[in-house]
Design a binder for this molecule. Sequence first.
Ligand code: C5P
Length: 294
Amino acid sequence: MRVPAKVNLALRVGGTDSQGFHELGTVFQAVSLGDEVRAETAPAGEFKLAFHGEGAAFLPVDDTNLAIRAAKLLVRRFDVPDAGVALTIRKRIPVAGGMAGGSADAAAVLVACNALWGLGLTREELDPMAAELGSDVPFLLRGGTSIGTGRGVDLAPVMTAGTYHWAFALSHTGLSTPSVFREFDRLCDPNPTDIPAPLLEGLRAGDPVAVGASLVNDLEAAAISLQPGLAHTLRLGLDAGALGAIVSGSGPTCAFLAGSDAHSIELAESLAVFSGVRAVRRAFGPVAGAQVLP
Ligand code: C5P
């Protein structure tokens, strides 16, 4: 299975619901920086998880991991007899980076275990379980470019033209999503959650300059408050000619829109020299959601 990461081209944050979740208006784009997830048969009742790749050593492999929770949710909901699975995940999506790496793995596990156990569920039937696992999981099943409203799980596809090239600057340390939302509550008033019209027009027209100028993230001030160096990273990318620069989701990864693949290489080179940047990755979007590799 391959599953993409996401970047939020717009992330508008409103007030909270009765459970403390914020009302969102967001535009997700799935990008080609992805994890690979393998699901293999295991004896009944055995749920094993192993990670390889970047940051793998720091990830829990017990029932607290969203990947295991996804597999067990399927078993509970569909009463799968003798279910067991051995999951192996190769991480490329930065851990605790604001690109939904954990949610991506959970989306991939839903699709992979559906196939492994021959459940024959459609994507639509997987959707409610995805939403239960996390606000980004339904989008990562779907991929492409979508507007997300409510908690982020009510999705509507967005018409887009062309391919968008990105450089992503990874931070030395991660940020936890709940702590960034708490910092938002401390610093900011709830915003209207409407998506900027020029962003949607730019996407429809395939105009990266218009898209770059309309990127918006209401969580950015909160992420910068927790990691002040991010302001410098964003400035560096803009000075190097990025068409737009935002913190990705709850951060701390910073996303820079380039005009072409070659431009993304130039941006990546400029960003890599800053000591506040741990590594730079390039990717393009939109790409498909969680899918079985040929
Ligand atoms: O849905 P998910 O588990 O990915 O969310 C992680 C955390 O982010 C939540 O526990 C909550 O603190 C915050 N969140 C929020 N409003 C949303 C989505 C997430 O406050 N719409």
